[in-house]
Write a protein that binds this ligand. Sequence first.
Ligand SMILES: Nc1ncnc2c1ncn2[C@@H]1O[C@H](COP(=O)(O)OP(=O)(O)O)[C@@H](O)[C@H]1O
Ligand SMILES: [Mg+2]
Length: 380
Amino acid sequence: MGAEVVIEGLTKSFGRQTIWRDVTLTLPPGEVSVMLGPSGTGKSVFLKSMIGLLKPDRGKCMINGVDIVRCSEHKLYETRKLFGVLFQDGALFGSMNLYDNVAFPLREHTKKSETEIRRIVLEKLEMTGLAGAEKKLPGEISGGMRKRAGLARALVLDPEIILVDEPDSGLDPVRTTYISQLFLDVNAQIDATFLIVTHNINLARTVPDNLGMLFRKELVMFGPREVLLTSEEPVVKQFLNGRMDGPIGMSEEKDQAQMAAERAMFEAGHHAGGVEEVTGIPPQMQPAPGLPTRQGAIRRKDRVMQILHTLPPAAQEGIIESLSPEEQARYGVHPRRGAYEDPPTINTTPVPPRHSGELPSEEVARIPGAHRRTQGPGGA
Ligand SMILES: Nc1ncnc2c1ncn2[C@@H]1O[C@H](COP(=O)(O)OP(=O)(O)O)[C@@H](O)[C@H]1O
Ligand SMILES: [Mg+2]
């Protein structure tokens, strides 16, 4: 199982410039979390602080009982081995072929024989869809392949935590989806804890178990995906819809006067860009068929059900709707508004097996926007 990461009151400044302050969050073991934030909000600084490449001014970052912020050099060196990091550009050595790039951490940090190294390198290249490409130089392959090679290299020391910086940078939307699929596939196979930082809305909506957002030097929110995806918090809502109307402006944030002037403009019908406001929670991407079920997702279900009563109503509803009727029965919960005109009654008695041809209700509930159609004029 991946390691849990507990971050408490983490604050980082460079000289007099505070990057973010008082960041408190827990990355649950083996779950996939995404941290959103506009450019320049300190996402990369956050990842670097987590592995001790940068020193925060205050706060803790605990991994297996070690505080990365304050531990000895020796402990830091040891704890860093638990991390696999995929930097924005893949950070491959341009003069080395993929095989040597991926073998590098093994040669550097272990005393393994070349035979053993070969076995591991080929396994990770296979896992990331790069079998047969070992002789290629980074300059000879596509951006997507470079990212996958960076991931293969991040995997060779069997990391418990994988940090990914903007996996979509330089990739088209289709390649971004492929790399997202790969993260979930890898997560299913090794159960590592993932933190992906990005400003990609689509990835944030469909990939993680948990979502967070950095803005105005603070962690605005962090929690189960359903919480942010149904949030009415203006910053979160604006960001997840990629729109111009809201507190986030061209350079970073807007002042009150600008907000008011723009509100009038958008109310008068000026297109705010982005996607049409999406209600409901899109289905989460799943590991490819044939791969094991994500253990992190199984643990998350229990974890989230335990804190369910503490979450906002819309998030509760989304979580309940994402459960199968059997799970709803097991947890003793039932959806308040179903996807049907006449919602099926779900009680705690065992659910009869569904017959073929019938559309399973949990799949209906997962169709984005399938519920809440009755809200608002015209629904969109
Ligand atoms: N080593 C550094 N020294 C001084 N300032 C830095 C350093 N690294 C990053 N910054 C500043 O921290 C802020 C956040 O940067 P970054 O983490 O790269 O943002 P993001 O990854 O969210 O786009 C920026 O203003 C950047 O200039
Ligand atoms: Mg960055």
